[in-house]
Design a protein around this ligand. Structure first.
Ligand SMILES: [Zn+2]
Length: 271
């Protein structure tokens, strides 16, 4: 599943290519599970609208639009497990599992392709705009970050993954930031010290920034805005390394389940 850094990279890539363009025509596959808004509503909202910018909110790609009579609207794209948002020249054949195609004023096409169909497309109209469920992890300040966990009785790993607390943090970056902060994944969130929370805040922002810089580090089926497969792999310290030696202390990394998710940690470096 694409995580925050991948979604950010895709959003930035698409933004650089389509910002300022007008959407002239919309085609949809009509596959019911893909469309959270009806295909007719999506086509009606998008057709003729100008793309003001494309950005990430949580793990959602938000396309800010200006429609007829200057009305604001937003096209929301959630990539799900295997969704891709591509910008392509029209002569390049549509990949199989293409579910939406936006034809732009410059002739190019924005294509949403999703073999497993866990991705979701929807539109929002009205001035309020999409806020996302929780707090943005890349910009939250240390003090507010600490407040988010106050009194919470769940494990810190589960709290990091809870999208209503922080939006966009997935399994990879939760495990990696807990390792860097030296905190065991099962420690109760509300009982962490101020110092531990300060370390975790710094660690989380560090790993996210690093991954965004590297262009994301997804291990799943992921292709960026140009359709180029790839992305550099962040060197994971713990994620998916259970049973292997810790890169810092050589202790064998342990695998447990926290909040239903596979979790890997170092029993020596994390307390
Ligand atoms: Zn270690």
């Amino acid at each position: 599943m694409p995580e925050l850094p991948e979604v950010e990279t895709v959003a930035n890539g698409v933004n650089a290519r389509v910002r300022g363009r007008r959407i002239e025509q919309v085609w949809t596959s009509g596959k019911p599970q893909t469309f959270k808004s009806s295909p007719a509503k999506i086509a009606g909202t998008l057709t003729g609208a100008r793309i003001e910018r494309v950005r990430r909110v949580g793990k959602t790609i938000v396309m800010d639009l200006r429609g007829a009579e200057d009305r604001p609207a937003q096209f929301l794209v959630h990539l799900g497990m295997t969704g891709r948002l591509l910008v392509a020249q029209p002569e390049i054949p549509w990949p199989t599992h293409t579910h939406a195609v936006l034809s732009l004023s410059d002739g190019r096409e924005v294509r949403f392709v999703d073999p497993r169909r866990f991705g979701r497309l929807s539109v929002l109209t009205g001035p309020s705009g999409y806020q996302g469920p929780g707090t943005e992890p890349t910009t939250v300040l240390a003090e507010e970050f600490a407040q988010l966990f106050k009194g919470r009785r769940l494990a810190i790993k589960a709290a990091l993954l809870n999208q209503s607390i922080l939006h966009g943090v997935g399994n990879i970056y939760a495990d990696e930031s807990l390792f860097r902060a030296g905190i065991r994944p099962r420690r109760q969130a509300g009982r962490l010290s101020r110092e531990q929370l300060a370390r975790l805040h710094a660690a989380l922002q560090e790993v996210l920034a690093e991954a965004i810089r590297l262009g994301g580090s997804s291990v799943s089926d992921y292709v960026d805005a140009d359709g180029v497969r790839g992305f550099f792999q962040l060197q994971h310290k713990v994620y998916s390394r259970a049973g292997q030696p810790c890169r810092e202390c050589a202790a064998v990394l342990k695998k447990i389940t926290v909040g239903g998710r596979t979790t890997v940690y170092c029993p020596r470096c994390q307390q």
